[in-house]
Design a protein around this ligand. Structure first.
Ligand SMILES: C[S@@+](CC[C@H](N)C(=O)[O-])C[C@H]1O[C@@H](n2cnc3c(N)ncnc32)[C@H](O)[C@@H]1O
Length: 230
């Protein structure tokens, strides 16, 4: 087993279908990754399985209580890198996915409501990660995003490891455009060079096209890639 990912959530059913489809399923079948989805309510102590409470100081919304989260992570997460999905966290990136793909054991905590009690952030987790400057309803979709990004970087998960090397962000810039059959569709033709059979020319075209598309859509990436090369 290469990586174990434990997910802590109030909504375990959310993960059922996505983890049973496509490459995430195959990665588990091949023994490259194991996913354990934990219902946080198992670590509550009252008969209503209460995992949230009103915020001290008043205000709208509920806050996830610290005790079940601490007890759960202390039980399942020994030696794990513990991540809280949180909009205030480090922005998710391909670089971060690469770092996480090297860990043996990840625990991902999905928040809900107004989020988790601050003491979880201060005294339990190793890292907060955000999937972008927007707010989702819970940490489940962000956790899945992270799972997808990390799992596909585990050697053996993708059929063709080579494809990762050229992908957007992996190289620092965006990837070149792709075309497939038919060679002409509604009068729109595939660039001649791609059907020329000349691999050198194809490589050159792709390098230039990647730069052009990055210049158009994400000039910021091009600038930081140039800075890195200097
Ligand atoms: C409604 S949000 C709470 C937002 C919080 N009150 C704030 O303003 O920062 C509930 C949960 O969704 C998850 N979440 C929302 N947006 C996220 C993002 N951009 N990245 C990662 N997790 C996010 C977190 O786990 C969070 O605890």
């Amino acid at each position: 087993m290469k990586i174990t990912v434990d997910v802590v959530t109030l909504f375990p059913v959310f993960f059922e279908s996505p983890l049973q489809e496509s490459l995430l399923k195959k990665a588990q079948d091949k023994g490259l990754v194991a996913f354990n989805i934990h219902d946080l309510r198992q670590w509550t102590h009252d008969r209503h399985k209460t995992a949230d409470d009103k915020p001290f100081g008043g205000g709208a919304g509920m806050v996830m209580k610290p005790e079940p989260i601490f007890e759960c992570v202390e039980e399942i997460g020994k030696d794990a890198w513990v991540v809280l999905l949180d909009p205030q966290g480090e922005p998710m990136s391909q670089k971060l996915a690469q770092k996480l793909a090297k860990k043996k054991h990840l625990v991902l905590i999905a928040g809900h409501y107004e989020g988790v009690d601050q003491r979880v952030k201060d005294h339990l987790i190793d890292q907060e990660i955000s999937v972008g400057d927007f707010i989702t309803m819970g940490g489940e979709a962000p956790a899945l995003c992270l799972i997808e990004a990390v799992t596909r970087l585990i050697p053996g998960v993708l059929g063709n490891e080579d494809s990762v090397q050229h992908e957007s962000f992996q190289t620092g810039i965006l990837e070149y455009p792709h075309y497939t059959r038919p060679r002409e569709y509604r009068g729109w033709k595939v660039p001649d060079v791609l059907v020329s059979g000349n691999h050198k020319e194809v490589d050159l075209w792709r390098r230039k096209a990647a730069e052009q598309v990055t210049r158009q859509k994400r000039p910021d990436l091009l600038k930081s890639s140039l800075r890195r090369k200097k």
